[in-house]
Design a protein around this ligand. Sequence first.
Ligand SMILES: Cc1ncc(COP(=O)(O)O)c(C=O)c1O
Length: 356
Amino acid sequence: MKLWQENIKKITPYTPGEQPENKNIIKLNTNESPYSPSPNVINALKNYNINNLRLYPSFVCDELKTELTKIYPVNKDEIFLGNGSDEVLALCFMTFFNSKKSILFPDITYSFYKVWCNLYNIPFKTIPVDKNFKINKEDYFKQNGGIVITNPNAPTSIYMDTSEIEDILKNNKSSIVIVDEAYIDFGGKTMAHLINKYDNLVVVQTYSKSRALAGIRVGYALANSELVSALESVKNSFNSYTLNSLSQLVATEATKDTQYFNLCVDKIKSSRQWTINELNNLGFSTLDSRTNFIFTTNKNIDAKYLFEKLKEKNIYIRYFDKPRINQHLRITIGTQEQMEKLIKAIKEIIKKTSIS
Ligand SMILES: Cc1ncc(COP(=O)(O)O)c(C=O)c1O
């Protein structure tokens, strides 16, 4: 082996859900929104002056930050923007988790956290969630180099009361606690208003789920200005222009349209309840969801089998071949029509399986 081959950084990357080329599928596998972005976005893109693409984008992202200050009680210097919340989280890990102590996060949570730890050589310990998949706050009252809590958690969909996360913050004053709120708009309470009460709190959110803009890659962190300034320094040592001009424009326009946003979120919540009821009537046991997906199991049907059978019918959901959750399925909430097709397909599969 040549020396340069030995020196290559070897890492096991994150595996995202499939993005099949076939557009004729019902895609319920990556928690995207089934609804189109706000009509504001469509108008802004139609009227966009293409000549602007000659120029570098704004690296202060002033317009987008201004819109965000209208929906959260924060100042512009308390907002850090990035190319999707994955990039924001990656930069948070790089910026805040630099001690020799292990950072802590649940054993069942967003699987990218482990990948960043391995990439940056951050020691970590996973803390098992209980048998009902709940995070126990006391498990985080111990020495650590930082904490990450996804609220509501993924892929379990379970919400943790913010007062419990406040207890984690109070018991960990000398380490940074990141609260990943990717799914908060579907029924949770954001902790954004607490960033000045707790100087160790970093709240991370995304435009990919509730704002139907996974394709433009915009995410952000809300934290006190000292933490945001540290994030800016690390980002500017890497790439100053992470957010392109079109993404900034699209996200700004989407943020303005709160009415459309609320309408889409309400539709998703109502289809979520409908789907949970239907599944539970079919013998499934589904966790209480505050997200745009559900996490469900049925002791009479093997989860992987059902996942594969649905795929044969062009319905894509998510299966994790991992300990503790390999009999569960994660299903994104699509349109009501898509969910009705899903339930119909599951009924057909169950019927065929019980006859044969
Ligand atoms: C918990 C959680 N955090 C962060 C992300 C990343 O989202 P994005 O990079 O699209 O903003 C996801 C995406 O699925 C997620 O599930």
